[in-house]
Design a protein around this ligand. Sequence first.
Ligand SMILES: [Cu+2]
Length: 154
Amino acid sequence: MMFSRCIATAACALFALPALAQTTVKDPWVRGTVAQQKATGAFMQITATGGGTLVSASSPVAAVVEIHEMTMDGNTMKMRALPKGLELPAGKAVELKPGGYHVMLMDLKAPLKAGESVDISLVVEGKDGKKETIALKAPVKELGAAGGMGKHKH
Ligand SMILES: [Cu+2]
């Protein structure tokens, strides 16, 4: 990983000190929806340099946004909101992906079509209790990629 190689030098160590951008998000995307579908998931990779918790998220396209976890219980997919948010270990990329953690967009105001992009803000609380807001633009990808979010009911 770039980061671990980087901290070995003094110049790079400066970047490792607390800075404004504690949390970085890579490759965000949102699963597209069909008419009448009221919920979908947003996926991405989040790295919090100093560690923290993804405590909440919001988006203008959805009335309700929650942080969810999907797990297999026998052969049933179960989805639940994480009441305390999603823990982000320091410097470690946490992957939100179909079948696992995701940002759940609910009560969608309109269908989301491939090619559009969705604004999402994430709120990450650092170990020091300070909150950081990260604004994302996540492209919408076609329904039908891996995973079964579209069929899943809350
Ligand atoms: Cu969900």
